[in-house]
Every structure is written in C-alpha cells, then in structure tokens.
Design a protein around this ligand. Structure first.
Ligand SMILES: [Zn+2]
Length: 87
C-alpha cells in the first residue's frame, strides 16, 4: 500500500523504512512482548517489509513532516490468506 497523501493534513508524505534487527510488529495495549525479542507474539501484527536480509528488516513506512507522524502498514491481509489456505 502506497500512502502518498497524509490522511490528516493532505500534505505529501515521504516514503521510507523503519529499520530493525528483527521483524518489527505492532502490539495492542494490554499485551506483553515475549522475553525473546526475535519472537513475534500471537497478538503482534507484523509490519509489511520493504527489505529483509543480512542488514535486518526494514518495515515500509510513510512520514508526514507537517504532522510529525509515521504510518506503517501491516501484513494482516497476508496472514488472513495464509489461514484460509490452511486445511
Ligand atoms: Zn500530515
């Protein structure tokens, strides 16, 4: 998903990444992260990656300098389709 226009102010967003050693994920309030940082918990939503390799994982993200906000997309739809394919 490309996010060229900020949904809050309508300005042009800048495309970039959130570099991380492990697969970055979003965790809802009330859920704890596991003690092993390389494990994505069940409640965690994996962020969509722009790059994954020897230099780590780079989640795709868009930045609005006007609102000073970063918006990242997740892999939720891929996760759903994987479940649908499971017998
Ligand atoms: Zn904005």
């Amino acid at each position: 998903m490309e996010l060229n226009i900020c949904p809050y102010c309508g300005n042009e967003m800048q495309k970039g990444t959130l570099p991380n050693e492990t697969h970055p994920y979003w965790l809802p309030d009330g859920k704890n992260s596991p003690p092993f940082r390389f494990v994505v918990p069940k409640a965690g939503l994996r962020l969509a990656l722009e790059y994954s390799g020897p230099f780590g994982h780079h989640a795709k993200a868009f930045y609005c300098p006007n609102c000073e906000i970063v918006i990242a997309t997740t892999n939720v739809s891929q996760k759903t389709s994987e479940k649908e394919n499971t017998p």
